[in-house]
Design a protein around this ligand. Structure first.
Ligand code: ATP
Ligand code: MG
Length: 178
């Protein structure tokens, strides 16, 4: 797997940041407190969010304050993470997007999307599209699908709204992410 870009909003020190065209070998240089370690915490956070749920991931990263500690100080918006990546070096560019909000002290997945474009043109195909524990997931064997109209989408409901769909292993591509 190769990560091509990272976009963050309200993730600790990163209120709004984008890293584009990330090379295969990448060295991060910056002053103390500039966010080098925080960037790596993004991956630990995602792994935990996918393996367990965003509630646990927020507590692990932010302590008992969870969401309130992890969200950039003085910020009101959702915590957002977007990764663009290729599962194989010659494979399509995929986008995984996770947006986390909080209501009455409880975090929840406001939006979770996995999408990619097949071929060089056309609109991206959405494979996962979830909001607050409800959404659709594609159930086809993707290698066999060449036309977006052949995708079979299934309505799904997760047990809890702070779960990511991606934690339900076995889904094509999502396992790559995890
Ligand atoms: N929720 C938050 N909102 C805003 N800033 C935050 C938040 N949580 C942590 N920070 C800030 O992020 C910075 C820590 O960044 P980080 O530890 O990633 O830096 P670093 O580049 O790894 O530094 P060092 O070279 O010392 O290891 C600190 O200045 C801290 O105050
Ligand atoms: Mg550090």
């Amino acid at each position: 797997m190769k990560i091509e870009s990272i976009r963050l909003k309200n993730f600790k020190a990163f209120q709004k940041v984008e890293m584009l065209d990330i090379p295969r070998f990448c060295v991060l240089v910056g002053a103390n407190g500039s966010g080098k370690s925080t960037l790596f915490q993004v991956f630990a956070f995602l792994k935990e969010a996918i393996a367990s749920n965003v509630h646990i991931a927020l507590i692990k990263l932010g302590g008992s304050l969870g969401f309130r500690e992890v969200r950039s100080r003085n910020s009101k918006g959702n915590i957002e993470i977007e990764l663009k990546f290729r599962a194989k070096s010659d494979g399509p560019l995929m986008t995984y997007f996770l947006s986390i909000s909080e209501e009455d002290g409880s975090p929840f997945v406001e939006r979770e999307i996995l999408k990619y474009r097949r071929g060089s043109s056309g609109r991206p195909w959405h494979f996962l599209n979830f909001s607050k524990g409800k959404g659709t997931a594609v159930t086809n064997e993707l290698d066999a699908v060449t036309d977006v109209r052949d995708l079979q989408r299934e309505d799904q409901k997760l047990a809890e709204e702070f779960r990511t769909y991606a934690d339900r292993g076995g889904q094509v591509f999502v396992s790559t992410l995890a």
